[in-house]
Design a protein around this ligand. Structure first.
Ligand code: SF4
Length: 387
């Protein structure tokens, strides 16, 4: 398939693997955080870690939109469906995320709440048009990639004069989260989490461009390489990060030039700026309250804001006892450090968001089964790894 097969070729993976092996200095460690869950899954699906020298380690970050949503916000969505009787429209990944009291959107749907899985904001708008007597709430989650469609839906609802359509806005911002990780005591003071460089997210960067990363690359002296989602993208980006680290540089480089520009999609940015504004602070699972890291609906569109209309007041809630999602999302632990991994917690019976989401780190570990492999030295099973 054009634009996919080219980025999965075994011979090129072999060449890149050898180039990385030549580039790394045996004296040092390279800890590279992939912010985005899409990268985590590419790494596990294609065995990219096995193609790296032993001193190059991937650290998984918080870039999974389902995983970072705190339980309190899922509780809010459940209350909207159960107590206010709305039709709650949600993406499929959210359905099985455990909430307080062992509830989930799927469980309350089974009990009779009107929870509907949608593929897009357009589906939710259609449901609102088809059910003028009912309140319809779109449970909006995600990073900068999914924010423009929410803005479009709100503007469309306004243009159509829809009076029963609301958005429960949970859109969050990538650069603020990366900055929060770099400022965390674990990274800055204690050094228990070591991050030498970042793979910048692909889809998010197609919207915001590479420019927003320039501040913290300079401020925190960490290189950033915007990386595509295919295995060769990740490998080439790793080589670019390793080169920067060897040369003492901390710049923003763009490997994903076929999609990402420095300024991003300005039309989408303008649309988002028209409909949304910054929240002073927002809770992230794993990161806690992060200042200016999320969006809310602007006052001129307040009639479409579910939080305003239903007077939503979020109550903080705890994660399932023993679930290590918060530490995993900060890069402080791996899924296999969790005692529940693969025993109590599996994709069929998830205890935490990282096992539910198709972008979650626990799901990546479990789905591709690489945690079962013995430690392999670089070069072992190289060519079996990339499809
Ligand atoms: S394995 Fe399950 S319980 Fe453990 S951290 Fe992952 S999602 Fe949470």
């Amino acid at each position: 398939m054009k634009c996919i097969d080219e980025f999965r070729q075994q011979d090129l993976a072999s060449t890149l693997s050898e180039a990385i092996a030549r580039e790394v200095s045996p004296e040092r460690q390279y800890n590279l955080m992939e912010f985005c869950g899409g990268h985590t899954h590419a790494i596990f699906r294609y065995g990219v870690q096995d193609l790296m020298p032993k001193n190059v380690k991937f650290v998984h970050g918080p870039g999974c939109p389902v995983c970072v949503l705190p339980i309190g916000r899922i509780d809010d969505a459940i209350r909207l469906a159960q107590d206010h009787g709305v039709i709650l429209c949600t993406y499929g990944d959210m359905l099985r995320v455990p909430a307080s009291g062992r509830k989930s959107l799927l469980k309350i749907k089974a009990e009779g709440a009107d929870v509907r899985m949608v593929y897009s904001t357009q589906d939710a708008l259609k449901i609102a048009q088809q059910n003028p007597q009912r309140e319809v709430v779109f449970f909006a989650i995600g990073f900068e990639t999914t924010t423009p469609p929410s803005a479009v839906a709100i503007k469309q609802a306004q243009a159509m004069g829809l009076k029963n359509f609301r958005v429960f806005c949970n859109h969050v911002l990538t650069p603020a989260a990366i900055q929060n990780i770099l400022e965390s005591p674990e990274v800055r003071d204690i050094g228990s989490v070591s991050i030498d460089g970042f793979f910048g997210p692909s889809h998010v960067s197609s919207v915001i461009g590479s420019r927003p990363y320039e501040f913290f690359a300079e401020e925190f002296q960490r290189p950033v390489v915007i990386a595509g989602f295919e295995p060769l993208d990740v490998m080439q980006s790793a080589l670019m990060l390793i080169r920067q680290l060897n040369e003492g540089r901390h710049e923003v480089e763009n490997q994903y030039t076929r999609v990402v520009s420095r300024d991003g999609n300005q039309k989408a940015q303008q649309l988002v700026a028209e409909v949304f504004e910054l929240r002073r602070s927002f809770e992230w699972r794993g990161l806690g309250l992060v200042p200016y890291s999320a969006l809310k609906i602007k006052q001129p569109f307040a009639e479409f804001d579910a939080e305003v209309h239903f007077n939503v007041e979020t109550t903080p809630a705890s994660d399932v006892k023993g679930c290590e999602c918060p530490s995993i999302l900060r890069g402080a632990k791996n899924p296999t450090d969790c005692k529940l991994f693969g025993t109590v917690c599996t994709p069929e019976n998830p205890m935490g968001s990282c096992m539910v989401s198709s972008e979650g780190a626990c799901a990546a570990y479990w789905s591709y089964g690489r945690f079962r492999q013995q430690d392999t030295s670089p070069g072992d099973n190289k060519m079996e790894s990339v499809a």
